[in-house]
Design a binder for this molecule. Sequence first.
Ligand code: CU
Length: 114
Amino acid sequence: MAFNPNIVYIQTGTTVYWVNKDLTTHRVISNSGIFDSGNLTNGQSFNYTFSQAGNYTYHCAIHPSMTGSIVVFTMTNNTGSPMTTQTTPTNPTSTNTGSSNTNPTGTGTGAIGY
Ligand SMILES: [Cu+2]
C-alpha cells in the first residue's frame, strides 16, 4: 500500500485529489494537521487546495507506513515577482513614436571618427 505518486510538485492554488483505488479503507492526514480526509473507502476521494508554498507531508492515519508529500511552489519570473496572467497589454500605446529619427537636429554629424 502506498500513495502513488509519492511526491507531487504543484504550483500554489492547485487542487490535489486523492482517490482510494484500494479495497482497504485509507485516511489521508496532513502531518501538520491542515487537512484530513476522514476515512475513504474504495472509490471515495478527497481534495485539498494548496494556496501557500511549502512542503506538505502527510500519511495514512490507518497505515502510518504510507507517507507522501506535496511540494507547493510559486512560479516566479526573472525579477522574482510572482507571475501573473496578463490579458491586456499594460502599455498598449507606444511612447516611442520614432521621433528620434524623424527629428534629427544634426548638430553632431561629424563627431564619429575624428
Ligand atoms: Cu491506509
